[in-house]
Write a protein that binds this ligand. Structure first.
Ligand SMILES: Cc1cc2nc3c(=O)[nH]c(=O)nc-3n(C[C@H](O)[C@H](O)[C@H](O)COP(=O)(O)OP(=O)(O)OC[C@H]3O[C@@H](n4cnc5c(N)ncnc54)[C@H](O)[C@@H]3O)c2cc1C
Length: 325
């Protein structure tokens, strides 16, 4: 973006937060001028290239309760459950084919050290009436459902679903444009000038607006107010080549999303075009939220990511994996 603008609301970041915020502001204030500035393309960050798991916030119950207290946590979790339905309704209303399916998922453990770690959370959720979606499953059933003999236990969550994240982000962008949101891509914000009417600067441009929504995800750690509150940790994903026939032999994984109980979680699912998308948690750390190339390009540890998939599914005989930058 170049030149001088003024707006009623300026949004920094065109991921899910920024795009949903733009649409919500449009709904509340139909006549307002909304400008969204995105450094890359909308969805170019994690919103367009995440695991695609549609999960409400239930598993964050204890962490949220410690921060927000019980009542707010329960309210927020209920809203997050509703959000899943709302995403589906929104996509159908606006003809966004984000390849959403809702076949449930498993929370599994692949070692005895992490076995049953979900139990206190599930129990607490059940005690406050938020656990109706969980079903306890035996170790044998987990192996049967996942097709991996590495797992020693798990719990089934009927509510989980999956989406193609980039199609959702690009669909949101299209609807935002149709609703008069002015979107400038390839326009990194370089400075936020604070004041009663803040000014948001880009290289060669600026927007004056009394309201600024900061929706730049992990990049917000570059703001000094947030620097100590954000730790940027990478998570690498690989996608196999198309292999629908081989995936069909692996239990029920085409229907499910699966994540394990490690602190740096591993997660995976199949894609609509018959690949296995495998996420391997706990990669690079970028100190001071200076987000470098290691977070964007080909994984810096492809062998470790592929080995982890190979370990769980040796029967796939994965000689080749295609890395998804
Ligand atoms: C590998 C991976 C897998 C994940 N899997 C899942 C999952 O399966 N399910 C799930 O619910 N969540 C998952 N997440 C988390 C999820 O992707 C994020 O919570 C979500 O995308 C955050 O959306 P956001 O809009 O807040 O931020 P982002 O998507 O990070 O968007 C922020 C945007 O701000 C832009 N930006 C940055 N700096 C500037 C600047 N200076 N000026 C203008 N724009 C700027 C960026 O380019 C980016 O597009 C995953 C994340 C990763 C990284």
């Amino acid at each position: 973006m170049r030149g001088d603008y003024s707006a009623d609301v300026v949004i920094v970041g065109g991921g899910y937060t920024g795009l949903w915020a733009a649409l919500r502001v449009r709904e509340l204030e139909p006549a307002s001028r909304i400008i969204l500035l995105e450094a890359d393309i909308c969805g170019g960050g994690p919103s367009g290239r995440n695991g695609g798991f549609m999960d409400p916030w239930r598993v964050k119950y204890f962490a949220m309760k410690a921060i927000m207290g019980s009542e707010e946590t329960i309210r927020a979790i209920r809203l997050s459950v509703r959000a899943l339905d709302e995403i589906i309704d929104f996509c159908s209303e606006h003809e966004i084919d984000a390849q959403i399916t809702r076949g449930g998922g498993l929370w599994v453990s692949s070692s005895h050290a992490t076995e049953n770690t979900w139990a206190p959370t599930v129990e607490a959720l059940r005690s406050v009436g938020l656990g109706e979606n969980y079903r306890d499953v035996s170790a044998e059933e987990v192996v049967e459902l996942t097709g991996s003999s590495r797992y020693v236990g798990g719990v089934f969550d009927a509510e989980r679903g999956k989406a193609q994240p980039a199609l959702l982000a690009r669909g949101l962008r299209r609807v935002a444009l149709e609703n008069g949101v002015e979107i400038f891509e390839n326009s990194p914000v370089t400075r936020l000038e604070r004041g009663s009417t803040p000014i948001v600067h880009t290289e060669g441009g600026r927007v004056r607006s009394s309201r600024v929504i900061l929706a730049a995800g992990a990049w917000l750690g570059q703001l000094h107010e947030l620097r100590n509150a954000i730790a940027v940790v990478g998570s690498d994903m690989i996608a196999t080549e198309r292999m629908p026939e081989r995936l069909a032999d692996l239990g029920d994984i085409d229907r499910l999303v699966i994540s394990d109980s490690r602190m740096m979680v591993n997660y995976y699912r199949t894609t609509a075009d018959g690949r296995l998308a495998w996420g391997f948690g706990g990669g690079s750390l970028d100190f001071g939220a200076r987000i470098g190339e290691n977070m964007h390009s080909i994984s810096p540890r492809p062998a470790a990511v592929a080995a982890s998939l190979e370990y769980h599914y040796p029967q796939l005989g994965l000689l080749k994996v295609r890395l998804s930058p």
